[in-house]
Ligand binder design. Structure first.
Ligand code: DOR
Length: 439
């Protein structure tokens, strides 16, 4: 595969910024889209991509992933994870701070940016993690999409389970705070009540919907008190969706994962601890309420919370098993399959997986197919079903909770900064993404 400076994508079904579909051509030059038109005259020095029958979308921006580097590279690293992104149509990611060392200082943030510049095939940004002691770092660290606060489901320095510490973070500064909202006190208490049960299904009872609601209520209260930009990560319950439907200030956003939309507690019977994540899977009723909240704009966008663990780690006995599941390779196809089934439209998927994320995090020039926007694009096939197969996965953990699911809308070609990074099953490992900037 070559690394062209200019691409001419021909005869694609283009999803335009207004959501309408146009069959036509897209010309890119020097990392940017320069022209979108029904027919662009052929010029020399361009590489042509025949997109007949394929649909062209802005590349996916996944705003919550755990890529494990540095320190936990036996699960995943920035190279393997970004290959998985390329295959999944994900052209940018925002990564979480629970690596080793934790991303809680400018130095640790710089180290990740440096590593990504050498290893990541797609564009990257890294959250700064809040501890009880690093308020100065939270105010000054850059570039970062925001401050990650674990209100629960975490141990060690990254756990902020006291209201006083949490309030100090909300009170100072104005950058975005992204919360993992689960109430640790309630989880601790219920862990004792359900001790000695090894069925992983109990995970959803221990970290129940009330634990999620309590934390989301507290985060909302503080956000309102200080008018502080708040993002609620992986919203998982009908209770929280109903709360946001009643009171959601204009400066608050929320996301949901494909697994909280598409899986529920029945998954424990089928895939056991592979279904264990935080916040846990909920009921079919929660699935439906989350879908409705997403369609109604109560929930703003989609994130995968890609959190790989090895099969050996997942094979231990609950509760010794780690929580989390991979997602970047399957998220777009899962959502487009849902669109084909009538749950939503393709234009909504584009908004939830690209445009709305760029807007919420202030990422300039991404999330639309229009002149001046970055040439981060994905050509998907909305005609052919193909199952999720373990042996085809590129994530280092080599499993998916969706194995066997027959999906449509797989990426055929993924383009990062005008370069083809994935094409018909082949990853171009020479391509490198860039550090994202945040307004
Ligand atoms: O299930 C989860 N796993 N949720 C998180 O928030 C953290 C993640 C991890 O890092 O494994």
């Amino acid at each position: 595969m070559s690394s062209p400076k200019s691409l001419l994508i021909r005869r694609a079904r283009i999803i335009l910024p207004n959501g309408e579909l146009m069959v036509g051509d897209v010309l890119t030059r020097d990392r940017q889209i320069v022209e979108v038109a029904p027919e662009i005259p052929q010029t020399t020095l361009v590489t042509e991509v025949d997109a007949e029958g394929l649909t062209l979308l802005p590349g996916v921006i996944d705003p919550q992933v755990h890529f494990r580097e540095p320190g936990l590279e036996h699960k995943e690293d920035l190279f393997t994870a970004s290959c998985a992104c390329a295959k999944g149509g994900v052209t940018s990611f925002l990564e979480m701070p629970n690596t080793r060392p934790l991303t809680t200082t400018q130095q640790a943030l710089d180290d990740k940016l440096e590593r990504a510049s050498h290893k990541s095939l797609v564009n990257y940004g890294f959250f700064i993690g809040a501890t009880a002691e690093n308020l100065p770092d939270l105010l000054l660290a850059k570039p970062t999409p925001g401050i990650k606060v674990f209100m629960g489901s975490m141990h060690g320095q990254l756990l902020i389970d006291g209201e006083t510490t949490l309030e100090a973070i909300f009170a100072k500064g104005d950058r975005l705070i992204a919360v993992h909202a689960e109430d640790q006190a309630r989880i601790n208490q219920r862990r004792q009540e359900f001790a000695n049960i090894h069925d992983p299904a109990v995970h959803s009872q221990i970290q129940d919907d009330r634990a999620a609601l309590l934390a989301t209520q507290l985060a909302l209260k503080l956000s309102q008190k200080y008018q502080r930009r708040l993002h609620i990560l992986h919203l998982s319950t009908a209770l929280e969706a109903d709360l946001l439907r009643q009171e959601k200030p204009s400066w608050v956003t929320a996301e949901v994962t494909p697994q909280h939309l598409l899986l529920n507690t029945s998954a424990y019977k089928e895939i056991g601890t592979l279904a264990q994540m935080n916040p846990p899977l909920r009921s079919p009723h929660d699935n439906e309420v989350l879908w409705q909240a997403l369609r109604d704009g109560v929930i703003d966008f989609i994130a995968t919370d890609h959190a790989p663990h090895t099969l050996e780690e997942k094979a231990q006995e609950y509760p010794n098993t780690p929580s989390g599941m991979p997602g970047v390779e399957t998220s777009l196809a899962l959502m487009l399959t849902a669109a084909m089934q009538g749950k939503c439209t393709v234009a909504q998927v584009v908004n939830w997986m690209s445009k709305a994320v760029a807007v919420a995090y202030g990422i300039p020039n991404k999330g639309a197919i229009a002149p001046g926007y970055d040439a981060d694009l994905v050509l998907v096939d909305l005609n052919t079903y193909h199952p999720v197969r373990r042996e085809e996965l590129l994530t280092k953990c080599h499993w998916s909770p969706f194995e066997g699911w027959n999906l449509i809308g797989w990426a055929k070609t993924t383009i990062v900064g005008g370069e083809i990074v994935y094409d018909k099953g082949q990853v171009n490992t020479q391509v490198r993404g860039q550090a994202l900037t945040f307004l």
